[in-house]
Design a protein. Sequence first.
Length: 239
Amino acid sequence: MLNNLNLEDILFIDIETAPQQTDFSELNEDFQKLWEKKSTYFRTEEQGPGDVYERAGIYAEFGKIICISAGVITQRMGERFYRVKSFYDDNEKKLLTQFNDMLTKFMSHPGKRLCAHNGQEFDYPYIARRTLINGLPLPPALDIAGMKPWDVKDKLMDTLQLWKFGDYKNYTSLSLLCAVFNIPTPKDDIDGSQVAQVYHQGDIDRIIRYCEKDTLAVANLLLRYRGEEIIPMENMQVV
């Protein structure tokens, strides 16, 4: 199936998220209580809710999107290139409006697909949930309520799901698969655990570069699944 895909019809995406506030103490009383209840499932007896607040960014109810990068594979004179654009703003509603408008235009053409690593469990639902929280309409590509599972998978590709081969208990990180398939790792500056800290330090540029490299890694992983050569980092073009 993968070898029948037109690679130029695929939009590779990645999102970076952070907690709503820089510190647990900045939450209002209601959300402090709600986070205390939510965090009960993963903190130790010695930890309070504030000790694990850095994890709030992975939950759409307590976090926010700070960057979305989206890229496509192109070909020129027999050589493949990767063009990527990032959407970022302290105003999440503005960021989502710009990304969702682009997504709707891209997906309006027949045969277009999205692709992300762990997209079905994280990126796609996170974007959809934050879109609704911000009072925005869902882009058609993410308005999947009532759709058949095979119809969803046809539009929303996931390199993690492709790697599972039906093994639902298995999780394999993008960084591990990059190592397995000899793909240059995008984790050369920061990793996911540092994103919130870097963001609150005001260094959004580092996060953007990190997010863009992740999308190239996902594209290269799909190429490896097809038994093809990867796109080198020098062929990545930021637009």
